[in-house]
Ligand binder design. Sequence first.
Ligand code: KG4
Ligand code: ZN
Length: 335
Amino acid sequence: MKILAIESSCDETAAAVVEDGRKVLSSVIASQVSEHIVYGGVVPEIASRMHAQAISGVVSKAMSDAGVGYGDIDAVAVTYAPGLIGALLVGVNFAKGLAYSAGLPLVPVHHLRSHIAANYITHTDLEPPFLCLVVSGGHSHIVAVRDYTDFEIIGRTRDDAAGECMDKAARAMGLPYPGGVNLDRISAEGDPSLYKLPHPRVDGSEYDFSFSGLKTAVVNIIHNSKQKGIEVSVPDLGAACIETVTDCLVNNTVKAAESYGFDKIVMAGGVSANSRLRKRMSDVCASKGWQLYMPHLSLCGDNAAMVGAQAYYEFKEGEIAGSDLNAFATMPIDG
Ligand code: KG4
Ligand code: ZN
């Protein structure tokens, strides 16, 4: 079964053709980074306009790269939640028009479910059940993936997401957008022990995260140092920030895996590209004899191949939308 998938939830316009949820026939991504960089972050109105400009060409290229016509496609899939509402609506409306004109079923896909499905492409043998740490710019979840379309949230952030925390810390350190990836790069040679940062914990909820205090601590160190005329070492402070976020993510995931009896761990989302997180999670899983699955680096960030992968399983469960499909800025993964 071949699915044409469309993704436009944030600042990448993407389309892909994926066969049977696992084989990527084409994957096209038009990034808007160069447009948003001057603002230090994604400007939603600009993102929507750029999706509208790019989407037709991106979809045509995905079809021609895959060497297919609409007669070869079995369904159209689209990310419909969560994300920037104006950005999502561009993809949803384009997909609706396409599905209607080609007479194809329309499959709505939850963005975080698709991040998890990126692993089905990288690891063609991976099957649920497993425990997944989903860490992106907007979400930080520990999710029990019981089946391809059956999810239970075990832990979540109470405030900022891990990616958001790193993006804001990077910005305070004067690093350009996108912050997380630049922080990762510049911190590679840093010493994480030179700055002391709080390890936020959520009382009474051992799997939940809280990152806003950490972000504030980083900003305070920068301000206090400036006032005293002391230069901040960005590699060292960046390394301390990444190490602290990683401590929280890894510790809570391990606790959840032990309590819920999982020995198969999966990572997903943009932050799963972080080199320190990948190393720490690999080490801990190896020491416990657990299997660890991480998406290929090219599939950690937003793309449409992962949407096509998840759509295959949603379609098999009968998830088909009508022409009244709407987009939603928020929606729980287990909804
Ligand atoms: O999943 P994603 O591409 O978009 C959302 O659904 O939010 O995640 C984007 C987030 C951003 O916060 C970005 O800074 C972060 O992932 N990110 C990283 C790295 N690459 C991307 N954070 C830390 N280290 C990285 N290497
Ligand atoms: Zn994403």
